[in-house]
Design a protein around this ligand. Structure first.
Ligand code: ZN
Length: 205
Protein backbone atom coordinates (compact mmCIF):
# COMPACT_ATOMS: atom_id res chain seq x y z
CA UNK A 1 0.00 0.00 0.00
CA UNK A 2 1.26 3.47 -0.92
CA UNK A 3 0.75 6.00 1.84
CA UNK A 4 -1.09 9.09 0.69
CA UNK A 5 0.71 12.33 1.55
CA UNK A 6 -0.49 13.83 4.83
CA UNK A 7 -2.70 16.86 4.12
CA UNK A 8 -1.98 20.16 5.83
CA UNK A 9 -4.27 21.09 8.73
CA UNK A 10 -5.96 23.60 6.42
CA UNK A 11 -6.46 21.03 3.65
CA UNK A 12 -7.88 18.54 6.14
CA UNK A 13 -10.30 21.17 7.40
CA UNK A 14 -11.41 22.00 3.84
CA UNK A 15 -11.99 18.28 3.14
CA UNK A 16 -14.14 18.00 6.22
CA UNK A 17 -16.20 21.09 5.38
CA UNK A 18 -16.66 19.95 1.77
CA UNK A 19 -18.10 16.66 2.99
CA UNK A 20 -20.45 18.44 5.37
CA UNK A 21 -21.56 20.68 2.52
CA UNK A 22 -22.41 17.61 0.40
CA UNK A 23 -24.41 16.18 3.30
CA UNK A 24 -26.26 19.47 3.94
CA UNK A 25 -27.27 19.92 0.31
CA UNK A 26 -28.48 16.34 -0.02
CA UNK A 27 -25.75 15.37 -2.50
CA UNK A 28 -23.55 12.93 -0.56
CA UNK A 29 -20.97 10.92 -2.51
CA UNK A 30 -20.37 8.29 0.20
CA UNK A 31 -16.64 8.20 -0.58
CA UNK A 32 -14.40 5.37 0.63
CA UNK A 33 -17.27 3.09 1.60
CA UNK A 34 -16.75 0.31 -0.95
CA UNK A 35 -14.90 -3.02 -0.94
CA UNK A 36 -11.87 -1.53 -2.74
CA UNK A 37 -11.37 1.01 0.03
CA UNK A 38 -11.85 -1.69 2.67
CA UNK A 39 -9.02 -3.67 1.08
CA UNK A 40 -6.84 -0.58 0.63
CA UNK A 41 -6.92 0.48 4.27
CA UNK A 42 -6.85 -2.96 5.88
CA UNK A 43 -3.02 -2.95 6.31
CA UNK A 44 -2.76 0.57 7.77
CA UNK A 45 -4.78 3.69 8.51
CA UNK A 46 -3.95 7.34 7.84
CA UNK A 47 -7.06 9.23 8.98
CA UNK A 48 -6.99 12.92 8.03
CA UNK A 49 -8.83 14.01 11.16
CA UNK A 50 -9.53 13.05 14.74
CA UNK A 51 -13.16 13.73 15.45
CA UNK A 52 -13.99 14.20 19.11
CA UNK A 53 -17.71 14.75 19.36
CA UNK A 54 -20.78 14.27 21.48
CA UNK A 55 -22.19 10.72 21.44
CA UNK A 56 -25.62 12.00 20.39
CA UNK A 57 -27.12 9.49 17.94
CA UNK A 58 -27.81 12.28 15.46
CA UNK A 59 -24.12 13.21 15.16
CA UNK A 60 -22.93 10.12 13.24
CA UNK A 61 -19.50 11.30 12.12
CA UNK A 62 -19.01 9.60 8.75
CA UNK A 63 -22.57 10.44 7.70
CA UNK A 64 -22.63 14.15 8.52
CA UNK A 65 -19.17 14.72 6.99
CA UNK A 66 -19.80 12.34 4.07
CA UNK A 67 -16.66 10.23 4.55
CA UNK A 68 -15.83 6.55 4.73
CA UNK A 69 -13.38 3.92 5.95
CA UNK A 70 -9.97 5.13 7.12
CA UNK A 71 -10.92 8.82 7.00
CA UNK A 72 -11.83 9.78 10.55
CA UNK A 73 -10.45 8.62 13.90
CA UNK A 74 -13.56 9.03 16.02
CA UNK A 75 -13.81 9.52 19.78
CA UNK A 76 -17.22 10.36 21.16
CA UNK A 77 -18.56 10.81 24.69
CA UNK A 78 -21.77 12.36 26.01
CA UNK A 79 -21.27 16.13 25.94
CA UNK A 80 -17.72 15.57 24.55
CA UNK A 81 -16.37 15.34 28.10
CA UNK A 82 -12.85 14.05 28.48
CA UNK A 83 -10.86 11.91 30.85
CA UNK A 84 -7.47 10.21 30.45
CA UNK A 85 -8.77 7.58 27.98
CA UNK A 86 -10.17 10.26 25.71
CA UNK A 87 -6.97 12.32 25.87
CA UNK A 88 -4.91 9.21 25.13
CA UNK A 89 -7.11 8.30 22.18
CA UNK A 90 -6.88 11.79 20.68
CA UNK A 91 -3.10 11.88 21.22
CA UNK A 92 -2.85 8.48 19.52
CA UNK A 93 -4.69 9.81 16.48
CA UNK A 94 -2.35 12.78 16.18
CA UNK A 95 1.05 11.50 17.30
CA UNK A 96 0.92 7.86 16.16
CA UNK A 97 -1.45 8.00 13.18
CA UNK A 98 -0.35 11.48 12.12
CA UNK A 99 -3.78 13.12 11.76
CA UNK A 100 -3.26 16.85 11.06
CA UNK A 101 -6.65 17.96 12.42
CA UNK A 102 -8.58 17.53 15.66
CA UNK A 103 -12.24 18.52 15.63
CA UNK A 104 -14.31 19.11 18.75
CA UNK A 105 -17.91 18.66 17.66
CA UNK A 106 -20.72 19.99 19.82
CA UNK A 107 -24.32 20.60 18.81
CA UNK A 108 -27.50 22.47 19.63
CA UNK A 109 -30.00 20.95 22.07
CA UNK A 110 -27.23 18.83 23.61
CA UNK A 111 -28.73 16.68 26.37
CA UNK A 112 -25.55 16.72 28.43
CA UNK A 113 -25.43 20.53 28.43
CA UNK A 114 -29.18 20.78 29.15
CA UNK A 115 -28.90 18.33 32.06
CA UNK A 116 -25.96 20.28 33.45
CA UNK A 117 -27.83 23.58 33.18
CA UNK A 118 -30.72 22.02 35.13
CA UNK A 119 -28.36 20.56 37.71
CA UNK A 120 -26.63 23.93 38.23
CA UNK A 121 -29.91 25.83 38.31
CA UNK A 122 -31.90 23.51 40.54
CA UNK A 123 -29.09 21.96 42.52
CA UNK A 124 -30.15 18.49 41.43
CA UNK A 125 -27.70 15.67 40.90
CA UNK A 126 -27.74 12.71 38.56
CA UNK A 127 -27.16 9.10 39.57
CA UNK A 128 -24.36 6.75 38.69
CA UNK A 129 -21.66 7.87 36.30
CA UNK A 130 -24.00 10.32 34.57
CA UNK A 131 -22.97 12.55 37.46
CA UNK A 132 -19.41 12.43 36.16
CA UNK A 133 -20.53 13.72 32.76
CA UNK A 134 -22.45 16.56 34.39
CA UNK A 135 -19.53 17.49 36.63
CA UNK A 136 -17.28 17.75 33.56
CA UNK A 137 -19.72 20.01 31.69
CA UNK A 138 -20.31 22.21 34.76
CA UNK A 139 -17.32 24.60 34.30
CA UNK A 140 -18.63 25.56 30.83
CA UNK A 141 -22.15 26.16 32.12
CA UNK A 142 -20.86 28.25 35.03
CA UNK A 143 -18.70 30.35 32.67
CA UNK A 144 -21.63 31.00 30.32
CA UNK A 145 -23.90 31.92 33.23
CA UNK A 146 -21.23 34.25 34.67
CA UNK A 147 -21.06 35.97 31.26
CA UNK A 148 -24.82 36.56 31.45
CA UNK A 149 -25.71 34.11 28.68
CA UNK A 150 -29.22 32.69 28.48
CA UNK A 151 -29.47 31.18 24.98
CA UNK A 152 -28.84 27.52 24.26
CA UNK A 153 -26.40 28.26 21.42
CA UNK A 154 -24.27 30.43 23.73
CA UNK A 155 -23.96 27.61 26.26
CA UNK A 156 -23.10 25.17 23.47
CA UNK A 157 -20.44 27.51 22.02
CA UNK A 158 -18.93 28.10 25.47
CA UNK A 159 -18.70 24.36 26.08
CA UNK A 160 -17.03 23.79 22.70
CA UNK A 161 -14.48 26.59 23.34
CA UNK A 162 -13.85 25.27 26.83
CA UNK A 163 -13.28 21.75 25.49
CA UNK A 164 -10.74 23.00 22.92
CA UNK A 165 -8.93 25.01 25.61
CA UNK A 166 -8.92 22.07 28.00
CA UNK A 167 -7.60 19.74 25.32
CA UNK A 168 -4.62 21.98 24.60
CA UNK A 169 -4.12 22.73 28.26
CA UNK A 170 -3.98 19.11 29.35
CA UNK A 171 -2.27 17.51 26.37
CA UNK A 172 1.36 18.56 25.97
CA UNK A 173 1.56 16.34 22.86
CA UNK A 174 -1.30 18.17 21.19
CA UNK A 175 -0.10 21.64 22.18
CA UNK A 176 3.33 20.88 20.72
CA UNK A 177 1.83 19.55 17.48
CA UNK A 178 -0.16 22.77 17.11
CA UNK A 179 2.87 24.95 17.93
CA UNK A 180 4.94 23.07 15.35
CA UNK A 181 2.23 23.51 12.71
CA UNK A 182 1.71 19.75 12.40
CA UNK A 183 -1.88 19.88 13.61
CA UNK A 184 -4.79 22.23 14.17
CA UNK A 185 -7.62 21.99 16.67
CA UNK A 186 -11.00 23.38 15.71
CA UNK A 187 -14.31 23.58 17.52
CA UNK A 188 -17.46 23.13 15.44
CA UNK A 189 -21.08 23.57 16.42
CA UNK A 190 -23.49 21.30 14.59
CA UNK A 191 -27.13 22.19 13.98
CA UNK A 192 -29.39 19.15 14.19
CA UNK A 193 -32.15 20.53 11.98
CA UNK A 194 -30.12 21.55 8.92
CA UNK A 195 -26.92 19.52 9.36
CA UNK A 196 -24.53 22.46 9.15
CA UNK A 197 -21.32 22.65 11.20
CA UNK A 198 -20.29 26.21 12.15
CA UNK A 199 -16.77 27.14 13.21
CA UNK A 200 -16.67 28.28 16.85
CA UNK A 201 -12.93 28.42 17.50
CA UNK A 202 -9.67 27.38 15.79
CA UNK A 203 -6.06 26.89 16.89
CA UNK A 204 -3.21 26.46 14.48
CA UNK A 205 -5.34 26.69 11.36
ZN1 ZN B 1 -24.81 16.20 22.93
Amino acid sequence: MIDAPIPTPRDAFEMLLAGNQRFVTGAPEHPNQDAARRTEVAPAQNPFAVLFGCSDSRLAAEIIFDRGLGDLFVVRTAGHVMGPEVLGSIEYGVSVLGAPLVVVLGHDACGAVAATRSAVQDGTTAGGYVRDVIERVTPSVLAARAAGRTEDHDFIAEHIRHTVDLLLDRSRVLAEAVEAGRAAVVGLSYRLADGTAQLVTARGL
